[in-house]
Design a protein around this ligand. Structure first.
Ligand code: GLA
Length: 751
């Protein structure tokens, strides 16, 4: 890893074993993009890549030549208003009403490691040798504004982290109307754009489309990163697949409104912009103040989508997530939400917990409904004290009893919200996000607290910290169950109302920071109506996230598959739930539900007392299985093998770091009569390793599994693993009854 600077040609070459990112400063002072892709050998200058062109109807900001039209150059942080007519990275409204800026190069700085981004989640280094950061200093002479562009190259993969900081060194306040975290111009448009899209209960399903002239992209304007679109896109060459070809991922470390936009101009140059959504964003920057954008993380892979994902997994698992739980296998939990919804009392909870304990579960989580007047979703949000009618001994008493059973105790909160029917709202009706004189829209009978206000965050912090201090709590599920509407704050001035969305999310980060630092050993799981805030920003504070409210095993295949495009298995909250499934009414075998939930943090979301004795035995075995292999599953290298999207089957696997051990999972979605043969080529094994393979296909298989034989690593990767007997209808030790929604898990180990 190195940052090479050629002073004469003003060329900057950020380079590691995987990538080269090369820029230069144009004669007019604008930073320009020369190359981003697989590592290339350094040279003194790459002027031939500038390709400035003389074209009719172009405009020229400088007198020194018609080749210098910004519209035809590949830029690093473009502005609109001069000679570039494409979408801009930055837009600033001056007191005069003008929006013109011209940020020109002043100098640079190189530091080892990576600076912290104040108040924002971001990737980090533990040692300065892990990364290097280049800061380009630019300034707009007329307004006195300064712009720092930060580029961090990591040693451990094709990773480049970018952000921008605008400082007002002038004398007058300005309004930032757009400040993207990243802009990059690529020299052609031969890409498919991949996005992770969906809706509540069907989040993050991968979709691809061919880039075409004009603008394409995804965004959120909901105040959270959203169920609808994840703050991520990838550009992949049309011939790239899971294991080969060029792919570039763009991921935003942010949990609020975002925009990921790709503009292909009429010369086939592709501009990618990623950052806070400029719609409804208007940040007043006083003289002397500065504004830091969130971070965008770019990953280049020359070896297909899996490599891109694995690079994100490693980075987000080890250098974005933090704290006590970062490197630890996650406790197997039971959550009472789908078991009871709001209909519970202490006795019922203890009953659920005690059966769970018998089955080997480690953590009991009490979900919604334990506080204030919260007997349904119509009341009580905001009143964070236990309901005496349900919990006569409070949370402290209940948590004590759970601990005495030998389980850890966890609790659900939704700290950003309030029901109109709550003491908190009656006391502080102006504490909600709203616009004076207009009725705030309800969603799930609740309103959003104004987390842009410190006193509101302080108050909520006081209540939540009190419960955490007084009770034995090991885990918190932090929910956020609605989108933001009528986004205004009672205390900000008229000209600052455009700051509320961003200030809100900064308030959320602040509360997370305070709670995670005071309670460092509490495991936080983020949640937003399932997966509406499954984003890198949240991962900085909470190393796992409830993936989706859809707990159906078959639906989860697609959801979890899509989630792994960016997010590590250790972050994916996944539970076994009851059948018929509460979201889609589907009936799937208990084993399939477990086999899918294994590829995540793993837990249960049902009352185990309601299962038959045989099923309870199976649950015990699944729990034993997960305890044995969770380290490998959650922290191994994950490979997507067969996509469930539009297919009758799905397969994935994890491999240990040394390649000697692996878990391979195969899922039959719909069975077919008289089916053809099927093999799945495995990945990541040692070609000359001899693997003993056990399967875990029957409900009554002991944790040791059934020996399937011994195979060479090269055999498993090149010939493939035969899976067609799944639908053969044969009866015997090694086959599963031919049916829909069946699955197999295999354990492979070099002897
Ligand atoms: C959201 C969550 C669920 C559950 C409910 C409780 O929908 O995603 O898991 O906690 O809220 O109201």
């Amino acid at each position: 890893m190195n940052i090479i600077v050629h002073s004469e040609s003003k060329t900057f070459h950020l380079q590691n074993d995987y990538i080269s990112y090369i820029m230069t400063i144009l004669p007019g002072g604008h930073p320009a993009q020369l190359y981003f892709g697989k590592k290339i050998t350094d040279r003194e200058e790459y002027g031939y890549l500038l390709e400035g062109s003389i074209r009719s109807h172009s405009a020229y900001p400088n007198d020194d030549g018609r080749g210098y039209s910004l519209e035809h150059l590949k830029l690093e942080y473009p502005e609109y208003g001069s000679s570039d007519f494409r979408q801009a990275a930055v837009e600033i409204r001056h007191e005069s009403g003008s929006r013109i800026t011209d940020f020109l190069y002043q100098g640079y700085e190189i530091t080892n490691g990576k600076p912290k981004l104040e108040g924002l989640p971001a990737t980090y280094t533990e040692d300065d040798s892990e990364a290097m950061t280049l800061t380009l200093h630019l300034a707009d002479e007329v307004s006195g504004l300064r712009l720092d562009l930060l580029y961090t190259i990591f040693e451990a993969g094709g990773i480049l982290a970018r952000s921008a900081k605008i400082s007002n060194c002038g004398t007058k306040a300005v309004h930032i109307e757009r400040a993207m975290s990243l802009s990059v111009d690529l020299p052609d448009a031969d890409y498919d754009m991949i996005q992770l899209s969906g809706s509540w209960a069907r989040e993050r399903i991968p979709e691809a489309r061919r880039l075409s002239h004009g603008i394409q992209g995804v965004e959120s304007l909901r105040g959270h990163s959203s169920h609808q679109h994840n703050p991520f896109i990838a550009l992949k060459r049309p011939n790239a697949d899971e294991f080969s070809g060029e792919v570039i991922g763009f991921s935003l470390v942010y949990s609020g409104n975002f925009l990921a936009e790709v503009q292909v101009d009429n010369y086939d140059v592709t501009r990618v912009l990623l950052g806070i959504n400029p719609t409804w964003f208007d940040w007043k920057l006083e003289a002397g103040d500065s504004f830091q954008t969130p971070e965008a993380v770019v990953v280049f892979s020359a070896d297909g989508l899996n490599k891109m994902s694995q690079t994100y997994h490693r980075l987000y698992q080890k250098r974005l997530a933090r704290g006590f739980w970062r490197d630890r296998a996650r406790p197997i939990l039971i959550n009472n939400w789908e078991a009871t919804y709001f209909n519970f009392n202490e006795e019922k909870l203890l009953n659920i917990a005690s059966k769970a304990k018998e089955c080997g579960v480690e953590l009991f989580v009490l979900d919604d409904g334990w506080f204030g007047a919260r007997r349904s979703d119509y009341a009580g949000l905001g009143d964070w004290y236990p309901a005496a009618s349900l919990l006569p001994h409070g949370i402290s008493g209940l948590s004590e009893k759970i601990e005495q059973m030998g389980l850890k105790f966890g609790l659900w909160i939704e700290p950003e919200m309030v029901n109109p029917d709550s003491d908190l709202y009656r006391e502080h009706p102006d504490w909600i996000l709203h616009v004076e004189g207009r009725k705030p829209s309800l969603s799930r009978h609740q309103l959003v607290l104004d987390f842009s206000r410190k006193e509101v965050v302080d108050h909520i912090h006081g209540m939540i910290a009190k419960i955490l201090r007084e009770s034995r709590i090991s885990y918190i599920k932090w929910d956020m169950n609605r989108s933001i509407t009528e986004c205004g704050s009672a205390v900000l001035s008229a000209e600052r109302q455009g700051e509320v969305f961003h200030r809100y999310i900064l308030g959320v980060y602040d509360l997370y920071e305070r709670l995670t630092s005071e309670f460092p050993e509490v495991l936080f799981e983020s949640c937003a109506g399932g997966g509406a805030r499954f984003d890198p920003g949240m991962l900085y504070y909470a190393p796992q996230a409830w993936c989706s409210d859809d707990t159906d095993a078959i639906e989860r295949l697609g959801i979890q598959y899509g989630t792994t495009f960016v997010y590590p298995v250790s972050s994916i909250g996944s539970h076994v739930s009851a059948v018929p499934n509460h979201q889609v009414n589907r009936i799937t075998p208990l084993k399939t539900r477990a086999d899918v939930a294994f590829f995540g943090t793993f837990g249960y979301e049902l009352d185990l007392n309601k299962l038959s004795e045989d099923e309870q035995k199976m649950v015990t075995r699944y729990t034993i299985f997960m305890k044995q292999y969770r380290e490998l599953i959650q922290f191994g290298t994950f490979y997507r093998l067969v996509s469930p999207i539009g297919n009758d089957s799905c397969a994935w696997m994890v491999v240990s770091e040394d390649g000697k051990e692996a878990i391979f999972a195969y899922y039959r979605i719909l069975n077919k009569p008289n089916n053809g043969f099927a093999r799945v080529k495995l990945q990541g094994l040692l070609p000359d390793g001899h693997y003993t393979v056990w399967s875990y296909q029957h409900e009554d298989v002991p944790p040791e599994g059934i020996l399937r034989g011994s195979f060479g690593g090269d055999e498993l990767m090149n010939v493939g693993f035969v899976v067609s007997d799944l639908s053969s209808g044969k009866v015997g030790d090694n086959v599963l009854e031919a049916a829909d929604f069946t699955s197999r898990i295999y354990h492979l180990k070099v002897e």
